[in-house]
Design a binder for this molecule. Structure first.
Ligand code: DAH
Length: 355
């Protein structure tokens, strides 16, 4: 009997000395393991005479329960300690500045498309799209440019088949046709995208980008066109005033047609857009030709509107001081690192377009 109290005392003394999980594990084996001190006593029960057996067994069970209880207390203690250590090692100091992620930049063309989308969204334009591979009808004929029309020669078209029915679109204007054929008037869309012409030098690449604009409703006038272009150019170049002139021109799909120039000056090698006595051609525009409306199944007696087309790459070059158009498409990461934009600085009207 006393042996049992002694054993209990010994075991609990050992408990108090436990420092590690391993210590705990060995104490468990030492006491309740197959050959453990307590397990052995359980085995000896068979040899004890009946009267004593009951009391001894009950004391033994109590001791076993106490040991199990102590073991689980220690196990919990170790688990909590480990969790605490893990949490401490994983703490993040949220007051520290966020590390600057410099990898990956937004290409100036993407940036300018985002900027233009913001500006025109403010005027109520939504974005329309069309495919790069177009048919001859949408790219030319429907746009009042029938076969043998001289304007076709100026486009240096990449044809994709012998019959010249499929081509890489030479401008974004076919999106006008697609939009009008697919939806009901009024139309107020911009269509940014890739365009193709067989041409290459410092200011021309076989693939380049345009933004088409189309606004057709019952009372749209040339004054609306001028107002919208004035707003767009001021917002885009981030200036309060912009000198702008409409020069009579010709496009088959507009009548009357105009080319728009903006004023600029170069001082100390720096270009200032919006003022000065030099003129820079920036876009083509006009009132949508009635034939185009008819081809697009819109009644020209009820509807009229304006259209414009502007070179996106050229806008990017002017705004961000990039000289060679070809560099846009060379995929040189050093160039992109220099001229690209941070992916977190999404252009918005309220926070500013480019930062
Ligand atoms: N599509 C013309 C081009 O690529 C640009 C253009 C001029 C578009 C006048 C228009 C427009 O919508 O009205 O040269």
């Amino acid at each position: 009997m006393n042996d049992l109290s002694k054993l209990e005392q010994e075991i609990f003394e050992k408990f108090s000395l436990i420092k590690t999980k391993e210590n705990l594990e060995s104490l468990k084996v030492e006491t309740l393991g197959k050959k453990g001190s307590v397990s052995k006593l359980f085995q000896e029960l068979a040899t004890i005479d009946k009267e004593k057996k009951k009391e001894f067994a009950s004391r033994l069970n109590i001791l076993k329960a106490k040991i199990l209880d102590e073991l689980s207390k220690y196990t919990l203690k170790f688990e909590q300690y480990e969790l605490q250590k893990k949490l401490e090692s994983q703490t993040i100091d949220i007051t520290l500045p966020v590390p600057k992620i410099t990898q990956g930049k937004i290409h100036p063309v993407s940036q300018v498309i985002d900027e233009l989308t913001c500006i025109f969204a403010e005027l109520g334009f939504s974005v329309a799209e069309g495919p790069d591979v177009e048919n001859e009808y949408n790219n030319f004929t429907a746009l009042n440019t029938p076969p043998n029309h001289p304007a076709r020669d100026m486009h240096d078209t990449f044809y994709l088949d012998e019959a010249k029915q499929l081509l890489l679109r030479t401008h974004t204007s076919p999106v006008q046709i697609r939009t009008m054929l697919n939806e009901k008037p009024p139309y107020k869309i911009i269509a940014p995208g890739r365009t193709y012409r067989c041409d290459s030098d410092q200011t021309h690449t076989p693939m380049f980008h345009q933004l088409e604009g189309l606004y057709v409703d019952k009372n749209v006038t040339m004054a609306d066109l001028r107002g919208s272009l004035d707003y767009f150019l001021k917002k885009f170049f981030e200036v309060d005033k912009i000198k702008m002139r409409f020069r009579p021109s010709h496009f088959p799909f507009t009548e009357p047609s105009a080319e728009v120039d903006i004023g600029y000056e170069i001082k100390d090698g720096k270009i200032t857009i919006g003022e000065g006595d030099k003129w820079l051609e920036i876009l083509g525009c006009g009132m949508v030709h009635p034939n185009v409306l008819i081809n697009a199944k819109v009644d020209p007696k009820k509807y009229q509107g304006y259209a414009f087309g502007v070179g996106i790459d050229r806008l990017a070059m002017l705004k961000y001081g990039i000289n060679d158009l070809r560099s846009f498409f060379e995929s040189d990461v050093r160039w992109l690192e220099h001229f690209g934009f941070n992916s977190n600085d999404v252009p918005t009207n309220y926070r500013g377009l480019a930062r």
